[in-house]
Design a protein around this ligand. Sequence first.
Ligand code: SF4
Length: 245
Amino acid sequence: MAFHKITYNEKYRFATLHNYGCTFRCPTCSYKLRSGPDGMPGHVHPKPQRFLERQEMEQALRSVTVEKVFFMGGEPTVAADLPEMLLFAKNALGAKTSLGHTNGSKLPLPNLDGANVGLKAWDEKVHLAHTGRPKQPIFDNFRAAFDAGMELKANIVFVPGLVDLDQVEAVAAWLGGLSRDLPFHIMGYIPVPGQSYPRPTVEQMSAAETACRKHLNTVASSHLSSQEALDLSAKDDRFVVRRIA
Ligand code: SF4
């Protein structure tokens, strides 16, 4: 797996390296919004025609003023060039580094300052059904990253009928045991092609927030429609980017 695209946000001076591929197989993966019911979870579709060489990534990043470098796309820690690009971002650019989203399967990492970790479920049975992978290594990695002093955020997708309110609250309670100050974001499931799970209602979202606030000080949520999810730049200027490689 490898990086296939770099984007740049002029206003906030951050660049994002986009990876292709993921280690999980979540049936409700939001990548299916673009790739359709048969799309491979965590994979952009169609498959990129080519992947970027390290030298051209470094050249592109040097061509802009960058204060922070994000890594995302499926699961960014599967990108073979990640360790070297983290080192480059820290040493050559003097930038902060963060995983814009990760499933937590490889944390902590050298030269990585922060991560936004998608925790999928609390019960092992639900975690396995959702991701195809056991839960414990993910939660152990999160704890190790927390103990290492990384700047962490966590999120969960609330999928009625798959990842229900009890799962969402149990994850929040576990996080609160590490620190009540860990930021937590609840994303309302956005129905993807080929899956019958419903979108949570406004009332369900509100109940989830209320439940999680018992355990954490900073709880936010988003409840996007499919259309809104496909054009995030209309709602948030952090998604207004141009491609630099
Ligand atoms: S971990 Fe994220 S990117 Fe990977 S399959 Fe699951 S939802 Fe998709």
